[in-house]
Ligand binder design. Sequence first.
Ligand code: FAD
Length: 501
Amino acid sequence: MQAPDRVRRVVILGGGTAGWMTAAALSRSLGDAVAITLLESDAIGTVGVGEATIPTIHWFNELVGIDEAAFVRATQATFKLGIEFVDWTAPGHRYFHPFGQFGAPLPGVAFHHRWLKAQAEGLDVPLSALSLAAQLAAQGRFAKPTGDARSILSTLGYAYHFDAGLYAAYLRRLSESAGVTRIEGKLHHVERDGETGFVTALTTERGERIEGDLFIDCSGFRALLIAGAMGEGYEDWSHWLPCDRAVAVPCARVAATTPFTRSTARAAGWQWRIPLQHRTGNGYVYAGRYLSDDEAAATLLGSLDGEALAEPRFLRFTAGTRRRPWRGNVVAIGLSSGFLEPLESTSIHLIQSGITKLLTLFPNRDFDPALADRFNEVFARDMDGIKDFLILHYHATSGRDDPLWRHCRTMPLPDSLRAREEQYRRSGRIILDPDELFREASWLAVLNGQGIVAQGYNPLADAIDSTTNRAQVRQIAEVVARAAPTLPLHDAALAAMLGTS
Ligand code: FAD
């Protein structure tokens, strides 16, 4: 058998969150067998506003060997138990999308069918009463999940809010100590092979030439390799997700930090509030066709809960995706591969999932096209599933008459989302593909939170006696209600981890 022609040189273009996450994971996984060079331009800078994550961040941090306490300290992180949605369903309404599970794992049919049956038979227990994460968040408390399935703590899930700039700097230190070479400079030219079209080298404005076998495009919205060199197009989803601008501003931290992101619906979009240890991140994501930049900034600055710490920063984007983020010997990871707006904090997850897919499908120098096809297929499924989940938030609303919300309420939905909504309404079932990111608990939280009422439930729930079922559901709510006040306040839990309590 002939020895395979291995990839020996990887070049990463871009040193934002995507670039340094990729460098850290590849250097950790490939060791000395592959030389990794990262080119980034301080003059261009990074987007740097990705501050909220979802629980999949744990497997990335484990992959690159990050110690949790060191990470929380270095990135000024706080814990996140989910997202509080304020005024989304209708003005004055609130609901919580928690991480982790609702109820408890009981034998037989999925728990939420038990709850739907109990509700249909007169039990008045709101969904949020069945989530320990939601109750902890409401009380400003935090605890980590345990592995003991008999404990209500096993139903918890959590992620972090962190300073994205500090996270990238932390990963840069890890990567450089693992041998990654960083070159500071602006890309000037991309050299390609006349026959295969593969990228062969990048040259900088100062004239450095960086040759490689595999090129990873982490150049952000500019997408200099995947679009600029390889000509891959962009599928625009702004007819479903019309927000295309954001204005961000940090403000001073106030009193106790909250273990959740808050998302408040506004006339032309929504506003985020993300508490960190040293400051609070805020931003208004809006549709430029319905609101001017000045109006957006005024709304944001008028609703901060502390003193603004910087000038407002404006960003522009188009929700959408690339159908072939891997072409030839170029793989796009991060914003260069597509962007779904930050409503459910999925971008950093998509970076990590791009990295793991690349590691699983890591090519030889012949770049077997079947590997790229597989990568692109799985990436498309990820993006399509998340897209539907985001659209649901915008679509299922009532009581707001602003043009953005009218448009979203009446717009034609993707078939996949329409079918899912109808199935839930009819039978309480949540139809998911096996590898979708958002699972039953998340869909249930948002479907129910956005006011979609299930009219049925799985008939298997009728195998359980109604009185027993109601008693068990009520009992779980009582266990949750008793457990929550016994757990630490969020700042105390943080201090315990940081060793400052
Ligand atoms: P960038 O940060 O843009 O980095 C691009 C890199 O390429 C930079 O280093 C730049 O210098 C380099 N570069 C570009 N051109 C050149 C050139 N010519 N020569 C050399 N180098 C070059 N994600 C989340 O997970 N959670 C959130 O809460 C969240 N909030 C967001 C809010 C908003 C408003 C936006 C727009 C995004 C948000 N995101 C969030 C997404 C998150 O910010 C990005 O996924 C993340 O920052 C990764 O960006 P990136 O590294 O792909 O691109």
